[in-house]
Ligand binder design. Sequence first.
Ligand code: LMR
Length: 405
Amino acid sequence: WWQSVEPAPKDPILGVTEAFLADPSPEKVNVGVGAYRDDNGKPVVLECVREAERRIAGNLNMEYLPMGGSVKMVEETLKLAYGENSEFIKDKRIAAVQALSGTGACRLFADFQKRFRPDSQIFIPVPTWSNHHNIWRDAQVPQRTYHYYHPESKGLDFAALMDDIKNAPNGSFFLLHACAHNPTGVDPSEEQWREISHQFKAKGHFAFFDMAYQGFASGDPNRDAKSIRIFLQDGHHIGISQSYAKNMGLYGQRVGCLSVLCEDEKQAVAVKSQLQQIARPMYSNPPVHGALIVSTILGDPELKKLWLQEVKVMADRIIGMRTMLRENLEKLGSPLSWKHITDQHTAYCKQIGMFCYSGMTPEQVDRLTKEFHIYMTRNGRISMAGVTTGNVGYLANAINEVTKP
Ligand code: LMR
């Protein structure tokens, strides 16, 4: 039956974790996958999550959620993206469903796009999270790219980005990273977002925001939604993928949300019903536990406050590691500039999320792995969340060795 089946290529991100786990070396370091670690390199369960679990434990049942997931969780999640007092929420103009984290939200949207705009394509930034390509490919939506990162300046290629927006056919779909761009950590400034939004308006483009790192750019989820708020002010109808994997540390719980802002309540009801129709044959209804954790935290002012503090702690630890990595490389006398590890500040954020796009080549990364047991994606992305005071010196030394001219 399956003679023609060849092994699938390894996933460029999750394959790194597999290789890391298989390495017996005590020195090994994983700065591949974007998953937060404490300063001892251990995974973290947030205190607000532990408390929510204690509260849930007593009155848990295992019934199915509706196809669109937990209404309470979705309501709270929309406030984080659209704003606590959003008129769009009040007017019931948002079609929203619980999704299997950010990947699931993107996939639901891609399938929705294919079903209702079958001739459309999606413009994706270069570079982007590798799974974006898989998602829109499997939904059979043709992909185009737009300029984003400028390798020489290690910053945003704003002029080329604006040209690509202008030159795209009117009414195109664009995938935008709302904040803490993955993999580059380079975000447009507030002023640049305004210009992007105006240009989208002039061209009648549709913006689909992937917001997987809300809170990890500035330490403040509200501030990290600035790009989205600018688009809302300018009257765009947008779509948003939200995820609690990183900002609540709920990676394996697969909890997130897809929302689409509609003309009016009637349209929102129709769109939501279609999103549910897409979910039903794929997984029927989403899992209950993560959604309960989220709604318990966000529905309680004290727990929500604790969560916001804990997000800030995670964001601050990462920023501290950026500084230490750069200082270590400079102390070792590396002739290269490592300013970009810490200096990609934008008008509204002083921190740029989990990732550092180091500029290392795939061959240099291969040497890091072979000679130093350091695991990262071959595009040179370092997950700063895996850097600790214990391994930063070792990491800096290894990077210095493989990047020596
Ligand atoms: C990453 O980019 O490392 C994360 O988003 C994890 C993943 O699923 O790829």
